[in-house]
Design a protein around this ligand. Structure first.
Ligand code: FAD
Length: 403
């Protein structure tokens, strides 16, 4: 008899939801996760809860309050005098939110009697998994299982010319942890992570410049929405430069100098801090995937079918390590569906209805295909737009520019 019914490799929104659903369905799951928090303590919840969705939303909230206090309170007759940001307090609050939520997952694991193996897992043949523990006093162990769910998530991609240094040239994790508002912040990449973290520091006073390689802003979104967002972010202080190709980056004693070209020619940009948000890659390099016979595509994603099955019997992969949008709720939905399938049910995930939200202000919500995609696909459609200008609630809230 195997040690477990299911071993889940990775404790992010894909992995922890899969493990909990397995337990609720009467299976015996274990979840292997190697993440530790700033105090070196195991911390479930993956990227999303520890260094992604949740901390970014906490900072977005603080920066939104700060911006409103500075720019909007006086119109309501609220007099504050000068408004200042205490970055240390903001960061403590963020950590508190993270701790509460990651602690909540740990409690759910206890409640559902899920074995949490706090180490690094490697896949072995014949549905065995090896766990190496960070604490050298504990020897590595091997476990057998009937089913494996791979949910090891993703990591930021560094650009060859601009390696991360953790302080001045950072990935999203570094930009969530700045201990002061940068005077000038450069961002490489025009995706959701760059937009959200750019919004945070720009609202708090950083002169923020975003270099976007493509000619179109938010190319996959409805372009009426994209244009409106670009304008509003510009009004909020973010300088977005489209068609910008980075030629060189030089790190001096104080400043980072970026050279780039766009339609107007060559430019130089000097910044104190640089966020490189140019994409993420699946964490599949060191988990033994290929050694057990799993196929990875050119970018490292694990090949799965619509039901998250790999070609190996009883081995599934979900979340950021497989095709589809890198979103927490997509990972969770796949995790729940795989658990149900293992338990003999017949769940279905409709990949055409995965919502996508960008938490700028106002927030942008997308679902399904955009008008541009429908046109390109030759699908007839009706479109409708309701302007906030015609909404009493929007007038009362002072948000009439949107639709
Ligand atoms: P992950 O969350 O990456 O979790 C994988 C876990 O597995 C990690 O803890 C990792 O340490 C562990 N692991 C990896 N390899 C091993 C191993 N060999 N052994 C043991 N453990 C291992 N998505 C949204 O939907 N909404 C948002 O608002 C949002 N905001 C984001 C903001 C930021 C700044 C970032 C970076 C991401 C954001 N995302 C958001 C994306 C979201 O975080 C991911 O899509 C989601 O976390 C993917 O879940 P996952 O379970 O696939 O993997």
């Amino acid at each position: 008899m195997a040690d477990f019914d299911v071993i889940v490799l990775g404790g992010g929104p894909g992995g922890y939801v899969a493990a909990i659903r397995c337990a609720r369905l009467g299976l015996k799951p274990a979840c292997i996760d190697d993440r530790v928090n700033e105090q070196g303590k195991p911390s479930l919840g993956g990227v999303c809860l520890n260094i992604g969705c949740i901390p970014s939303k906490a900072l977005l909230d603080t920066s939104h309050h700060f911006y409103r206090a500075q720019h909007e309170f006086s119109a309501h007759g609220i007099q504050t005098g000068s408004v200042e940001i205490d970055v240390a307090t903001m960061q403590q609050r963020k950590q508190q939110v993270v701790q509460t939520l990651t602690g909540g997952i740990a409690m759910l694991f206890v409640k559902h009697k899920i074995t949490h193996l706090k180490g690094r897992g490697t896949l072995l043949v014949d549905r065995r998994v090896r766990v190496a523990y960070p604490d050298q006093s504990q020897n590595a162990e091997e476990f057998s299982t009937e089913h494996i769910i791979i949910a090891t998530g993703s990591s930021p991609v560094a650009l060859a010319d601009v390696p991360f240094d953790g302080k001045r040239i950072v990935d999203s994790t570094g930009a969530l942890d700045f201990d002061a508002v940068p005077k000038r912040l450069g961002i490489i990449g025009g995706g959701v992570i760059g937009l959200e973290l750019g919004s945070v520091w720009s609202r708090l006073g950083a002169k923020t410049t975003m270099l976007v390689r493509g000619e179109k802003f938010l190319a996959s979104a409805d372009q009426q929405v994209a244009r409106a967002v670009q304008k509003d972010l510009g009004d909020e202080g973010m300088d977005i430069r489209l068609g910008a190709r980075l030629m060189a980056a030089k790190k001096g004693a104080k400043l980072i100098t970026l050279s780039y070209t766009d339609a107007d020619g060559e430019h130089k940009l000097q910044v104190d801090r640089l966020l490189v948000a140019a994409g993420r890659r699946p964490n599949t390099a060191n988990i033994g995937a290929e050694a057990i016979g799993l196929k990875l595509d050119a970018r490292g994603f694990i090949d799965v079918d619509a039901e998250c099955r790999t070609p190996l019997p009883n081995v599934y992969a979900i979340g950021d390590v497989v095709r589809g949008p890198m979103l927490a709720h997509k990972a969770s939905e796949e995790g729940a569906a795989v658990a149900e399938r293992i338990a003999g049910q017949q769940p279905e995930v409709n990949f055409n209805t995965i919502p996508f939200v960008i938490y700028t202000w106002p927030e942008i919500a997308l679902v399904g295909r955009s008008s541009e995609q429908l046109q390109a696909d030759g699908v007839e459609f009706n479109s409708g737009v309701f302007p906030f200008l015609a909404s009493g609630r929007a007038h009362a809230a002072g948000d009439i520019n949107w639709f």
